[in-house]
Design a protein around this ligand. Structure first.
Ligand SMILES: NC(=O)c1ccc[n+]([C@@H]2O[C@H](COP(=O)([O-])OP(=O)(O)OC[C@H]3O[C@@H](n4cnc5c(N)ncnc54)[C@H](O)[C@@H]3O)[C@@H](O)[C@H]2O)c1
Length: 314
């Protein structure tokens, strides 16, 4: 297949490009490098089935030649990034998604949207199942991201209903792995960065809020399966293995052998209390579930940060 990936220079996008190329596909990568980096794609230079274009997808997108599939990952994704770029975030979820849907329509291609567990907001239903409509503050600081993705989902369903476009929607839960940025504010790089540098690990609130972490290769496998599925409604992709943030901080300390103290700061506004995907639908529709343990996934991530990101590895 010939596949367009938008947001390809980001953390997940770059891993998806690797996987699609390894499976024999041809990839056209689009990115405006707002939060991603060409460094994440540098190893693909010279690969004949890979090309990349600097493209802001909030502007009209023209790709010569036939296409079989469009995968839309473009969006700031970490709280630090979307709070710094709230307008760009709303714009890419709305106009950007529309341009990618139009591209798929023009080419008769399939379309996959990478949405988010943030659509559930601070959930009143636990674990989060796809039929739950969510509890999002539409005017809070995080709304630029949550509502952008909820709009993108609605737009995707509208293109499917109105034009018969073959669409899929992935609701991705916390995913981690190599090529995350150490300073992007997400909990895995934040804790690992602090632990590896021997600095205090900052836990927000009392640390009793929960998260579940999925390794990037598992997520990419789920996306590849979903891309070919006939399911039009959202499918959760994430790891249902849940732990409190405090347990996670202690786990990171043990794994890295760090002496970093754990310090506590006030919870940010609208921080979700609980996060765990119900993945029964992904199991049933895709035959998918995560396979990589937290220990193995985090060890790979630590190796990457020690090699690439930390100026003075311990
Ligand atoms: N990583 C996670 O845990 C997670 C969880 C839920 C959903 N997601 C979704 O998965 C996707 C990828 O996330 P990520 O973690 O790789 O984030 P990332 O920030 O590393 O990657 C996003 C990429 O999109 C690009 N981009 C942003 N605006 C753009 C625009 N207007 N035009 C073209 N490119 C643009 C950025 O430059 C970046 O390379 C996002 O849509 C995100 O919402 C990620």
């Amino acid at each position: 297949m010939r596949i367009v990936v938008s947001g390809a220079a980001g953390f997940i996008g770059s891993h998806l490009c690797d996987r699609l190329l390894a499976d024999g596909h041809t990839v056209v990568a689009l990115d405006n490098y707002l939060t991603g980096s060409l460094r994440n794609l540098a190893h693909l230079a010279g690969e004949p089935r890979f090309s990349s274009m600097e493209q802001d997808i909030t502007r009209p997108v023209a790709i010569p030649g036939p296409l079989d599939s469009v995968v839309n990952l473009a969006s700031p994704a970490s709280p630090k990034d979307y709070l710094e770029h709230p307008i760009e975030t709303l714009d890419v979820g709305s106009n950007g998604t529309r341009h990618m849907l139009e591209l798929a329509l023009e080419k008769g291609a399939r379309f996959l949207l990478t949405s988010t567990s943030e659509c559930y907001g601070d959930p009143a239903v636990h674990p989060q199942v796809e039929t739950y409509w969510g509890n999002v503050n539409p005017v809070g600081p995080r709304s630029c991201y949550d509502e952008s993705k909820r709009f993108a989902e609605a737009l995707t369903m509208a293109y499917h209903r109105k034009h018969g476009l073959r669409t899929n929607i992935a609701r991705i839960f916390n995913t981690y792995g190599p090529r995350m940025k150490l300073d992007d504010g997400r909990v895995v790089p934040a804790f690992l960065g602090s632990a590896l540098r021997g600095e205090p690990i900052t836990v927000f609130g009392d640390g009793s809020q929960t998260r579940s972490f999925c390794y990037v290769s598992d997520l990419v496998e789920g996306l590849c399966r979903l891309m070919l599925a006939e399911e039009r409604y959202p499918v959760n992709l994430g790891n249902p293995c849940e732990m409190t943030i405090l347990q996670f901080a202690e786990y990171i300390r043990r794994l890295t052998g760090s002496q970093s103290p754990i310090v506590f700061e006030p919870l940010p506004e609208d921080d979700p209390r609980q996060r765990r995907p119900d993945i029964a639908k992904a199991r049933e529709v895709l035959g998918w579930e995560p396979r990589v343990s937290l220990e193995v996934g985090l060890s790979e991530t630590v190796k990457y940060f020690r090699m690439k990101e930390l100026p003075c590895p311990k």
